[in-house]
Design a protein around this ligand. Structure first.
Ligand code: AMP
Length: 600
C-alpha cells in the first residue's frame, strides 16, 4: 500500500517536473529576442574587465550594437593564442572573469586536430540544465521510459593536463566523471542505465565495451531504449557483439566475467549485476547464431522502443545500417551540442532522420548567424551581415557564431545550418554540414553534403550484386599530376555474386557525374583534375581508423569518421589495406557556359 502511494506520488512529481520543463521551453522560445538580449548583457557585464574585450575597446558596454561594432567574428585560430596563454598558466581573466575550470578537447572534425575549448563550473551547470530538457520532450511521444532501463554506451578518455595545470578532456568524459563524483540528492528516473559507472569510467576501450555490452545483454527485456551519442559508436558496439557474442553468452550462462577484464572496479561492478542465467544465454546465442542479423537489436532487446543516436550531418551515412540492425526502429537524434555550447534540441524526436530540425535553446549562449552560400559562383555577401537568432530567414543557410559565458566571443563554430521552421519565435535548424570539410584540387570545392550525395548515388550501382557500401572517406590526392579525388570504400559483397571491374569504374564515373560544375569543368575543360579513383579497402579498415583516432586522443563517444582525410598516417593506414582500385573511364558531362566565380 505504502509502495503504491509512493509510486503514485513519484509519478505525479515526474509529471509536474516534465510539465515545468516543457513550459520553460515554451517560454524561452516565445521570448527568444528578449532572452537573447538578456544573455548578451549578462555575458558582457560579467566579463566587463576581461583583457580580450578591453583590447577590442568594449570598455564595459553591454549593448548589442557596440558589441557587434567592436568585437570581431573569429575562428579558433584567431583566439588560439589567448586560449593557449590561459592553458599555459596565465589568468583566466584574459578571456573570462569566472575562473576557467578546465578545457574541453573538441574532436575538431575538420582537421583531425583537437581544439582546447574553455569552460567554467557555471557553464557545466548550464549543460546539465540542457540535458534535463531532453527526456520530457521525448516522453510526450514515447511515454513510460522511466519504467525501464536505457542501454546507452558511454566511454571516457584518459585526461591530460595543460602546462598551467588545467584538465583537458572531452566534454562527455568531464560530464561522466562529474556525475560520478557528485553527491546525488535526486535520481533522474530516466537515467537508469544498464552500464554501471565503473564500466563507463574504465579507459581501456575493450574492457569498457565488453562489460557495458555484457550488462546490457543481461538486462535484456528491461531495456526500453538503446543508443550512444553518435551513430558511429553504436555501430561499433553492434560489430563488437558480432565478434564477441560467444564469450558474452558464456559469461551470462555461468555468471562469470572473461579474464580479459582485469580492472578490479569493473569486475566488482559487473559481479554485482551478472548472475548465472542459462536461459538468457541460450536465447541470445540462438539469435546471434542465425545467419541474418537483420533486426538483431529488437530481436535481443525485445522491448526497445527506439535507437537514441545522432544520425544527422556526417552520421547520416549510417542510417541504412541502423535500419538493418534495428528493423526500422525509430532513430532519434535528440540534440545538437558541441564542446563550445549546447545549441538546440529536437522537439519532434520521431521525425524522419532526413527531416530532423533542432530548436535553439536561447538561454544557452548568444547566437548569431553568418549567411553562407554554398552555391558555386555566388560570392559571399560583402560586408557580411551577421544576423541575430530571431532574424534568420526560412530556407536560408548560415554558419553559427556563438558568444558563450565561458570566454568565446563571436566564435565561428564551423557548422552550417539551414532554417527549417520556427518554434514560437525561435528558429529550428537542419544540420547541413561542417564548413571546410571539402575536397579541393584546383578551383573546385566539394563539401561533405555534395560528396555524400554523389557517393550515395554511385553506390546504388552495387545493389544488384548484393553488395553495399559500409563506410567511405576521401582524399584529395595531389601526388599525381594532375591531382585527383580518391575515395576509399569499405563494402560488403557476396562471394556468389562477384562484382565485375567495369561496375566499379561505373561507380567512379557516377560520382564524377554527380559533382558540381566547377569540378566537371576542371576535369573536362581545364584538365586540372585527373580521373576519380575508388580504392576498395579490406573489411575492418574503418574500425582500424577509429582505433587509430582513439589511440591519438579522440573519444569513442565523440568520434566521427572524417569524410575527408588529410593526415599522412591515416592515408597510409588506408592505403595499406587497399585490395583493388578503379578509375573513372571517361570524363563526366560538362557544357561550357557556367563559369565559376573568379576573384581576379
Ligand atoms: P565536439 O565538440 O567534438 O563534441 O564536436 C561537436 C561537433 O559535432 C559539432 O560542431 C557538429 O559539427 C557535430 N555535431 C554535434 N551534434 C550534431 C548533430 N546533432 N548533428 C550533426 N552534427 C552534430
Amino acid at each position: 500500500m505504502t509502495d503504491a502511494l509512493e509510486s503514485s506520488s513519484d509519478e505525479r512529481n515526474l509529471e509536474e517536473s516534465n510539465n515545468r520543463i516543457l513550459q520553460f521551453i515554451e517560454d524561452v522560445t516565445t521570448n527568444a529576442g528578449q532572452v537573447q538580449e538578456r544573455v548578451l548583457k549578462a555575458i558582457l557585464s560579467g566579463n566587463a574587465g576581461v583583457e580580450y574585450l578591453l583590447r577590442h575597446g568594449l570598455n564595459g558596454s553591454t549593448d548589442r550594437e557596440t558589441f557587434k561594432k567592436l568585437i570581431p567574428v573569429v575562428t579558433y585560430e584567431d583566439v588560439k593564442p589567448d586560449i593557449n596563454r590561459v592553458a599555459n598558466g596565465e589568468p583566466s581573466s584574459i578571456i573570462c572573469s569566472t575562473p576557467i575550470s578546465e578545457f574541453f578537447t573538441s574532436s575538431g572534425t575538420s582537421k583531425g586536430e583537437n581544439k582546447l575549448i574553455p569552460t567554467t563550473e557555471e557553464e557545466l551547470e548550464r549543460k546539465s540544465l540542457y540535458s534535463s530538457l531532453l527526456m520530457p520532450v521525448i516522453n510526450q511521444f514515447v511515454p513510460d521510459l522511466h519504467k525501464g532501463k536505457t542501454m546507452y554506451f558511454l566511454f571516457v578518455r584518459e585526461e591530460a593536463k595543460t602546462p598551467g595545470g588545467l584538465l583537458a578532456r572531452p566534454v562527455l568524459t568531464s560530464l561522466q566523471k562529474r556525475s560520478y563524483f557528485k553527491k546525488r540528492t535526486y535520481t533522474n528516473p530516466y537515467t537508469d542505465c544498464t552500464s554501471p559507472r565503473e564500466t563507463i569510467l574504465c579507459t581501456d576501450s575493450f574492457q569498457s565495451m565488453y562489460s557495458q555490452m555484457l550488462c546490457g545483454l543481461w538486462y535484456g527485456d528491461q531495456v526500453l531504449r538503446v543508443g550512444t551519442m553518435f551513430a558511429s559508436a553504436f555501430i561499433r558496439a553492434i560489430h563488437f557483439l558480432e565478434k564477441h557474442w560467444r564469450l558474452l553468452c558464456h559469461d551470462i550462462r555461468t555468471g562469470t566475467l572473461n579474464p580479459r577484464i582485469t580492472d578490479p572496479s569493473v569486475r566488482e561492478a559487473v559481479a554485482r549485476i551478472v548472475k548465472p542465467n542459462p536461459d538468457l544465454a541460450e536465447f541470445i546465442e540462438k539469435e546471434c547464431n542465425k545467419e541474418s542479423w537483420k533486426g538483431i537489436i529488437p530481436r535481443i532487446w525485445r522491448n526497445t522502443k527506439y535507437i537514441d543516436v545522432v544520425v544527422t550531418g556526417a552520421m547520416s551515412q549510417y542510417i541504412p545500417t541502423l535500419n538493418y540492425f534495428g528493423n526500422d526502429l525509430p532513430l532519434v537524434s535528440t540534440s545538437y551540442v558541441s564542446s563550445e555550447c549546447c545549441f538546440a534540441i529536437n522537439l519532434n524526436p520521431l521525425s524522419k532522420p532526413t527531416e530532423v530540425a533542432y530548436t535553439i535553446i536561447p538561454t544557452m549562449a548568444y547566437f548569431e548567424f553568418l549567411p553562407v552560400s554554398r552555391e558555386i559562383g555566388v560570392p559571399e555577401p560583402n560586408p557580411v551581415e551577421v544576423l541575430d537568432l530571431v532574424d534568420v530567414k526560412l530556407g536560408q543557410e548560415y554558419e553559427v557564431v556563438v558568444t558563450t559565458y565561458a570566454g568565446l566571443y563571436r566564435y565561428r563554430v564551423g557548422d552550417i545550418l539551414r532554417v527549417a521552421g520556427f518554434k514560437n519565435n525561435t528558429p529550428q535548424f537542419n544540420f547541413v554540414c561542417r564548413k571546410n570539410v571539402a575536397l579541393s584540387i584546383d578551383a573546385d570545392k566539394t563539401d561533405e553534403v555534395e560528396l555524400h550525395n554523389a557517393v550515395k548515388n554511385a553506390s546504388n550501382i552495387l545493389l544488384p550484386f548484393d553488395a553495399s557500401l559500409i563506410e567511405y572517406t576521401s582524399h584529395a590526392n595531389t601526388s599525381t599530376i594532375p591531382g585527383h579525388y580518391v575515395l576509399y570504400w569499405e563494402i560488403t559483397q557476396s562471394s556468389e555474386n562477384p562484382i565485375p571491374r567495369y561496375i566499379f569504374e561505373d561507380c567512379c564515373f557516377a560520382v564524377e557525374e554527380s559533382l558540381n560544375s566547377v569540378y566537371r569543368e576542371c576535369r573536362v575543360s581545364d584538365k586540372s583534375i585527373g580521373p576519380l579513383e575508388i580504392r576498395i579497402v579490406e573489411n575492418g579498415t574503418f574500425d582500424k581508423m577509429m582505433d587509430y583516432a582513439i589511440a591519438s586522443g579522440s573519444s569513442i563517444s565523440q568520434y566521427k569518421p572524417p569524410r575527408c582525410v588529410t593526415r599522412a598516417p591515416i592515408v597510409e593506414l588506408l592505403d595499406s589495406r587497399v585490395m583493388s582500385n578503379y578509375f573513372s573511364p571517361k570524363p563526366p558531362e560538362w557544357a561550357p557556359g557556367h563559369k565559376h566565380w573568379n576573384t581576379n
